[in-house]
Ligand binder design. Sequence first.
Ligand code: ATP
Length: 331
Amino acid sequence: MGIITVKDLEKDFQYYMKGEGLKSSFQNLFRREQLTKKAVKRITFEIEEGEIVGFLGPNGAGKTTTLKMLSGILHPTSGSATVMGYVPWERKNDFKRRFSIVMGQKNQLWPDLPAHESLYLNKCIYEVGDKEYRDTLNELTELLQVKEQLNVQVRRLSLGERMKMEFIAALIHKPSVLLLDEPTIGLDLMSQRNIRDFLKYYNERHKMTIVLTSHYLKDIEHLCKRSIIVNHGRIMYDGSLGGMSPAFSHTKRIKVAFSERVDSESLSSVGRVIQEDGYSALIEVDKSELNRCSKILLDQFPILDITIEDIPIEESIAAIYQREEEHAYLA
Ligand SMILES: Nc1ncnc2c1ncn2[C@@H]1O[C@H](COP(=O)(O)OP(=O)(O)OP(=O)(O)O)[C@@H](O)[C@H]1O
């Protein structure tokens, strides 16, 4: 059995419709229309110990709601889930001691205190022994290179430094499962990379299971062998990003620059023209046709430069987002 198991998990939010203006506010005092938002719809998956799994999806897809249920912050409407054998929303102390969540948009450190005081508070809450606390703090501050900043008031830290402190606070009790909701949001490229490298190293060293949501594809590509793509609360894909769609892996793109103006009509005999402006073109061809099409281009067109590319992963993901729900596809 996986360290995380999710079976037919659903979450509905009830909320009230509120019209605009004073008249509508007055009417709402007597009659309010209740609406239901189905944020998560019967999702099922299992995650093995030590895995890093990416949770991908457009805004409002249901990622945060799922993570909140797995961390016990929210009760599901129906379905079941276990994390390390515990039902998260029962919030047993043993579960809390072995689990952690970092939300890029929320801080758990006190802004007016230096980070080390909040960290010490976490040590006491989680009943971490003195030596273990010292060793873990040393390891984490060295890995994240924030030893010097431990005594600085959290509100004075840069966003990247603050995020690193948030990670230390989340890991000080050495959880077995870590949920990350947009951990690199707002960080510059260098800080994003530092956090990614840190997570990769930490996962390999401590075999910690990580579930990660991020809108930065680089985070997912770098860290996750497996990604679960959700849209409208449903799982649309579960597998590796590389193996996302056989249709995409059978197609290549030829990017060409011409030394003189080329007629767009003539290019359509080579393959599917994605874009062209007379002096350059992007043409999609079947992999098996690549040699033949490249030869036609080289023989019959005034080629200045030619490159062959795979379909960018972002486009494969966008295509999955757009897929109709009833065609949900499980790898
Ligand atoms: N408390 C709530 N009441 C009503 N609707 C809610 C509530 N919380 C979330 N929702 C709705 O549920 C849907 C899923 O939200 P969720 O935050 O899980 O999406 P997400 O995939 O994390 O999006 P994002 O990438 O923008 O953070 C959204 O349509 C959201 O508006």
